[in-house]
Design a protein around this ligand. Structure first.
Ligand code: ATR
Length: 273
């Protein structure tokens, strides 16, 4: 590489202060003996920030809220999965300033689910109809699972169900839904509001597995309730680590040490608990 003494990677979001990606990625680069720095940026102007990737020869960028969809028009290319999901969480700079967008959220979710269950033929209740829900539904369909969307706002859930060709129910009907696994993609239960759950505990008896994509706190109210009624629970930390590992694979072409990454993140989260 021409100018920078070490390679630069970045996180673009607003806010970014609480993200664990800098901790995880910097520790992982060090462990992999890659001379690189991963820097969080609180973005004020997205178009200018994306121009800065080329101008500063930043090699790869993670995109987080609220830019996962709005970043897409500024990229030179977007892969097929991101187009279908309508969101990009990873940018690769090919070194000549050509920026390609990817989505590793869906792969992260699938990698984590597959550590606990066989997805093929299983039914999945998906809480929410935003970008994270789309990544989950896309991944589950790709792996031969059957998603059922549950959302508070009916029109939004119905539209998403039409787009992906799956079933939809209003969130208020969750008590009547049966599926193998329930996945929460809403922000309900995340710090600073960890006392909340998107659903009543009684409705969880209809699921064998319950996953929350929230990883802070590690055990959300939803997961604590689910454990109490006998479900097997999956916290969001696994998905977070796998989506980050897939980013490193895209940026470097090398498989990173995933269990080390998980250990780094878990240690920090346990300090916060
Ligand atoms: P993301 O892109 O991270 O998934 P989003 O697009 O804001 O975020 O989507 C968040 C989802 O969580 C939405 O489906 C939202 O439901 P609505 O479509 O009804 O807005 C859901 N959500 C957010 N707060 C919620 C709450 N208090 N109860 C139920 N669902 C909620």
């Amino acid at each position: 590489m021409a100018g920078n003494s070490s390679e630069i990677f970045a996180l673009f979001g607003n806010p970014v202060g609480h993200s664990l990606s800098p901790l995880m990625h910097n520790a992982t680069f060090k462990r992999m003996k890659i001379d690189a720095n991963y820097i969080p940026f609180c973005v004020r102007n997205l178009e200018d920030a994306v121009r800065g990737i080329r101008g500063l020869d930043i090699r790869g960028v993670s995109i987080t809220l609220p830019f996962k969809t709005t970043v897409m028009p500024y990229l030179d290319e977007v892969d097929e999965s991101s187009l279908r999901i309508g969101a990009v969480n990873t940018i690769l700079n090919d070194g000549k300033g050509c920026l390609k967008g990817y989505n590793t959220d869906w792969i992260g979710l699938i990698c984590d689910l597959k550590e606990s269950l066989e997805t093929r033929g299983k039914t999945f209740g998906i809480l929410g109809a935003g970008g994270a829900a789309k990544a989950a539904v896309f991944g589950i369909l790709k792996e031969g699972g059957i998603p059922i969307i549950l959302n508070r706002t009916i029109e939004k859930g119905q539209k998403m169900a039409r787009d992906f060709g799956c079933r939809f129910y209003p969130l208020s009907e969750i008590g009547n839904i049966e599926a193998d696994c329930l996945i929460n993609t809403t922000p309900v239960g995340m710090v600073p509001d960890p006392g909340k759950s998107p659903v009543l505990r009684e409705s969880l008896v209809h699921f064998r597995w319950v996953m929350d994509i929230i990883y802070n706190p590690l055990m959300t109210k939803l997961l604590r309730d689910a454990e109490e009624v006998g479900c097997t629970v999956l916290s969001g930390v696994g998905m977070f680590v796998h989506q980050g590992a897939e980013q490193i694979k895209i940026w470097t072409g090398v498989e990173p040490p995933r269990s080390f990454m998980k250990q780094v993140v878990l240690e920090r989260l346990k300090e916060r608990d």
